[in-house]
Design a protein around this ligand. Structure first.
Ligand code: DON
Length: 316
């Protein structure tokens, strides 16, 4: 439990943090319940649940990791943060005319509020909102062009060219993504998709199929954490707002629970990845593919909680 006294939080000692991460990576392997891997596509259903990785980049550039730090995994909905960052760079605050900034309290793929709120999704991190963001990125271009800009952005953010899309995951997403097809058509009926639904969907399925390691993801998160060495891809004011959205909406209907337990902005993906930022202090990526009932990494969330207890990085 977090028994820190009130008051300023001292900087973390990198040596002690590294020892903590190693201990954490060993201890999580004693877990008897790793959660359930996603089963909606075979590529995710076939991943062994008992895997764990954590990577941290500190404000001074120090990089610390433990566990399966070099294993690429499907980032899935973590991509929604970077897609939104791209779109904010392209068209600025105009995107907020098409998507709101409130938590939905519903599952990530829910269609309920979309009818009640006349086709304007609650936030850019639920699937409906992400489809609108992706549609804005597409902007009447060929999906290939938008995706190559998106990949370029991710590679620049991570400082690593070795980031790719897994075409078999993208194909499976397209084959089984019936709810996303429904959401896209619903958005189109409200005139909130500007491209043909199949083009926006194809782009969205490919962005979800990006593979990254926790080392790469933690590096890519530096700009959102506003770390001094981050590539200048985003204004600090925008990074702060992205953090606010991650805190309030990044874990869907589990966002309140994540904020309560971890106290940091975070974005989860159904592949078991979590990107978290401790503003001004660190960028953190965790991966463990077994999910809890909200569709967020089970062991990953538990590890995130232990990390903020240890470091005092909760923003509260
Ligand atoms: O669109 C979907 O349903 C998936 N490709 C991504 C969803 C996701 O990652 C939700 N997160 N927990």
């Amino acid at each position: 439990t977090d028994d820190r006294p009130a008051g300023p939080v001292p900087p973390v000692d990198p040596g002690k943090l590294k020892a903590f991460l190693d201990r954490l990576s060993t201890e999580v392997h004693a877990a008897d319940d790793w959660g359930q891997v996603a089963t909606y596509i075979p590529e995710l259903a076939d991943v062994a649940p008992n895997q764990f990785a954590i990577s941290v980049v500190l404000a001074d550039g120090t990089r610390l990791s433990a566990g399966a730090r070099s294993v690429p995994f499907s980032i899935q909905s973590v991509s929604k943060v970077f897609m939104l960052a791209c779109v904010l760079g392209r068209e600025g605050d105009n995107i907020w005319r098409r998507v709101d900034r409130e938590p939905s309290g519903d599952r990530f793929d829910s269609i309920l509020l979309l009818e009640q709120e006349k086709g304007r999704p609650r936030n850019p991190f639920i699937n409906a909102g992400a489809l609108v963001t992706t549609d804005a990125m597409l902007a009447n271009r060929a999906p290939k062009q938008a995706l190559s800009e998106f990949l370029g952005f991710l590679r620049a953010a991570a400082g690593d060219e070795d980031i790719h899309i897994d075409p078999s995951v993208a194909a499976s997403e397209a084959r089984y993504g019936f709810r996303n097809v429904a959401l896209a058509n619903y958005l189109k009926s409200y005139d909130n998709l500007h491209n043909a639904p199949e083009l926006t969907l194809g782009t969205y399925f490919h962005q979800c199929a990006v593979e990254m390691t926790t080392d790469q993801l933690a590096m890519a998160g530096r700009m959102i954490a506003q770390l001094p060495g981050a590539p200048p891809l985003m204004a600090p004011a925008r990074a702060r707002r992205l953090g606010a959205l991650m805190m309030t909406c990044g874990h869907y209907d589990g966002s309140g629970d994540f904020a309560f337990r971890v106290g940091l902005p975070g974005k989860s993906g159904v592949g078991g990845g979590i990107l978290m930022v401790a503003p001004g202090r660190a960028s953190i990526a965790i991966w463990s593919p077994g999910l809890n009932s909200y569709g967020n990494s089970k062991v990953g969330t538990e590890a995130a909680e232990l990390l903020t207890d240890f470091t005092g990085w909760s923003v509260f």
